[in-house]
Design a protein around this ligand. Structure first.
Ligand SMILES: [Zn+2]
Length: 237
C-alpha cells in the first residue's frame, strides 16, 4: 500500500513539475496587464525578477554593461532593504526598477487593502534606498485576479507581465535558452529572467545559465535587428 502511495506522490510531483516547466501560467492572467507591446519596431525588453541578490545581480549587471543593454529589474522590497548597495547600483547603471512586492507573496490570498499596503510599503522602501519612485508592478508568479488588478491600477500602477519566459529557474543550458528565445522573438516582446532564487525560494539559487545567456542572446537578437530597451521605453514607443 505504502509503495502505491509513494509512486502516486512521485507521479503527481512529476506531473506538477512538468506543468510548471512547459506551461507559462502568465498567459492565464494577462487580461488588463501589459505583457507585450505590439509595436511595429524591432524593440524588446529584458526583465529580471526577485533581486537584488548579492551573488547574481552584480554578475548580471556586468554582463548587461558589456552588452550595452538597459534592462528592467522587478525588485523584492525585503531584498532591497537587505542589499541596498546593489539596488543603488542597478539604478546608477541606468536600468529601470519595478515593484515586485515586499515578501514575494502570491497575490491570490490578499484582500485589496492588504495589496495596497504591501505595494505602497515596497514603493517607499525602493524610493528611500534608490531615490526612484516606481509605478510599474509585477505580481509574484503572475497570479492575480480581476479585483486585485483593478486595485493596483487604481493606485496609478501599470501591471507588467511578460510574453516570453526564459524559464531560467529550470537551469536549462544557456545556449538552449538563447536559441528558444531567439526563435520565438517578436516585436515588442517582454522577456522574463531571474537574478535571484530557484524553484522554492527567492534568495540564492544558481543563475549561472542566466548570466551566460545575456551576451549570446544580445548577439543573436541584434543579428536579427532587435534593439534592447527598458519596459518604459517599450511602452512609450
Ligand atoms: Zn518573482
Amino acid at each position: 500500500m505504502l509503495v502505491y502511495i509513494l509512486i502516486s506522490a512521485v507521479l503527481l510531483s512529476l506531473l506538477i513539475g512538468g506543468f510548471c516547466v512547459f506551461f507559462d501560467q502568465a498567459v492565464l492572467t494577462r487580461r488588463g496587464t501589459i505583457y507585450r507591446i505590439k509595436s511595429a519596431e524591432k524593440k524588446i525588453a529584458l526583465t529580471f525578477d526577485d533581486g537584488p541578490s548579492p551573488e547574481w545581480t552584480p554578475k548580471i549587471l556586468d554582463e548587461l554593461k558589456d552588452s550595452n543593454i538597459k534592462a528592467t529589474f522587478f525588485l523584492i522590497g525585503y531584498h532591497v532593504q537587505k542589499y541596498p548597495d546593489i539596488a543603488r547600483r542597478i539604478v546608477a547603471e541606468g536600468h529601470e526598477v519595478g515593484n515586485h512586492g515586499y515578501a514575494h507573496s502570491v497575490m491570490f490570498y490578499y484582500t485589496p487593502a492588504e495589496i495596497e499596503e504591501e505595494i505602497k510599503y515596497t514603493e517607499h522602501v525602493i524610493r528611500e534606498i534608490t531615490g526612484v519612485t516606481t509605478k510599474i508592478f509585477r505580481p509574484p508568479k503572475a497570479w492575480l485576479q480581476k479585483v486585485i488588478k483593478e486595485k493596483i491600477k487604481s493606485m496609478g500602477y501599470s501591471i507588467i507581465l511578460w510574453s516570453l519566459n526564459s524559464k531560467d529557474w529550470v537551469m536549462f543550458n544557456h545556449k538552449n535558452i538563447a536559441k528558444y528565445l531567439s526563435s520565438n522573438i517578436r516585436n515588442g516582446d517582454i522577456l522574463l529572467f531571474h537574478d535571484s532564487g530557484n524553484v522554492t525560494r527567492t534568495e540564492g539559487g544558481k543563475r549561472t545559465q542566466t548570466v551566460k545567456c545575456i551576451s549570446l542572446l544580445a548577439k543573436m537578437l541584434r543579428e536579427k535587428g532587435y534593439e534592447f530597451v527598458t519596459t518604459k521605453e517599450l511602452i512609450n514607443g
